[in-house]
Design a protein. Structure first.
Length: 369
């Protein structure tokens, strides 16, 4: 038997599966009905214990195609029921076996509806998955002595640059905890992608001669990566930039806006977002606990382009002068709806427009000389 203890003293007792490792992290919830493999392997969940609100998880097993990273950074999986005997033509192993192999603890058989209500009412909080042999007082003391990590991006970013070759546009992808779905979208479009660590300087990026810069998703507080904010600030007036999730927040900070922690965040595959320019509504996949403060945009060169229809939070931005834009959600889906995959095409169009403008300016300068 295992127990999940929240920092407010609430205790849930259930059956253990996966690894027997004890762990302390931030407990959050995801509302997706499918896509548990992508969620578990999403680097943006680094440092978190994820509660799945859908009651049955693991029913189609684990396959080789749906991973978003090789080594998951999630700290724990919390479910109402986990399936021991999955049935799907792509199934290769059970959820239990996968979690054991990756040393990720799981707990099932608890009231995930009640847990989700607690998080919605009181906000995300620290929690611990442990055996029932420990007393609640002992567990609370361990949690008090264990601070939540502040270097999640460092934990999940690539250590060294690497290339995914292609013959098309040359993209530098700053890895803050990149999902493989982003790479898949660029390889579909035959782009030449150079993935670089989160702390890569503007000078190092410019030496790679990119046509555009992609800022990936990632975990944690965007203010915990000030070196990335400085790099983005130096590059905003030089190259087209597209930011997703954490990348979106970093663009906002780089231009003088502010971000803040949400009560319980957006985590799921059915988040409605309205485009203020077209009036269209998109269903989006999201995973974030911080958001851009809308009022803080007044003192910047950033224009609000999209908002959440659930709580009116900032979902899209674009720069008024430079070819820089961003979204808070995941246009590569993985998992989720594919309503906004066209944003990758929009990014490449902005690169084409920038190159055309540069050539025209060079031609005019030559004529003048």
């Amino acid at each position: 038997m295992k127990q999940l203890v929240l920092e407010d003293g609430t205790v849930f007792v259930g059956e253990g599966f996966g690894s027997d490792r004890e762990t302390v992290g931030e407990v959050v919830f995801n509302t997706g009905m499918t896509g548990y493999q992508e969620v578990i392997s999403d680097p943006s969940y680094c440092g978190q214990l994820v509660t799945f609100t859908y009651p049955l998880v693991g029913n189609y097993g684990i396959n080789r195609d749906d991973f978003e990273t090789v080594n998951p950074a999630i700290l724990g999986v919390i479910v109402r029921e986990h399936c021991e005997y999955p049935s799907n033509f792509r199934n290769e192993e059970t959820l239990d076996a996968f979690l054991k192999a990756k040393k990720i603890p799981g707990i099932s058989g608890i009231d995930t509806r009640k847990l989700t209500k607690i998080i919605r009412e009181h906000g995300t909080m620290k929690a611990m998955v442990t055996s029932t042999e420990r007393s609640v007082e002992e567990v609370l003391q361990i949690m008090e002595d264990t601070p939540l990590s502040k270097d999640q991006v460092k934990q999940v970013s690539t250590v060294k640059p690497y290339v995914v070759p292609g013959r098309g546009h040359r993209i530098v992808l700053m890895d803050f905890g990149m999902k493989h779905g982003i790479l898949r979208e660029f390889t579909k479009r035959n782009c030449h992608v150079t993935v670089v660590p989160y702390h890569t300087s503007a000078e190092e990026i410019e030496r790679l001669r990119p046509d555009g810069i992609m800022l990936s998703n990632g975990p944690g507080d965007p203010k915990d990566v000030p070196e990335a904010i400085q790099t983005i600030r130096q590059l905003m007036n030089k190259l087209p930039i597209f930011g997703i999730c954490l990348g979106h927040q970093l663009i906002a900070l780089a231009d003088g806006a502010d971000t803040s922690k949400m009560k319980f965040g957006h985590r799921g595959a059915n988040q409605p977002v309205k485009d203020l320019q077209t009036g269209r509504t998109y269903m989006t996949s999201q995973n974030h606990g911080y958001s851009v403060d809308q009022e803080s945009l007044r003192s910047t060169n950033l224009e609000l382009t999209q908002v959440s229809l659930n709580d009116q939070s900032v979902e899209g931005l674009k720069h008024e002068r430079y070819p820089v834009f961003s979204v808070q959600y995941h246009p590569e889906s993985s998992p989720g709806p594919e309503d906004t995959a066209h944003l990758f095409d929009e990014f490449l169009r902005r690169i084409d427009n920038q190159e055309r403008t540069t050539k025209e300016e060079s031609a005019c300068l030559s004529v003048q000389i």
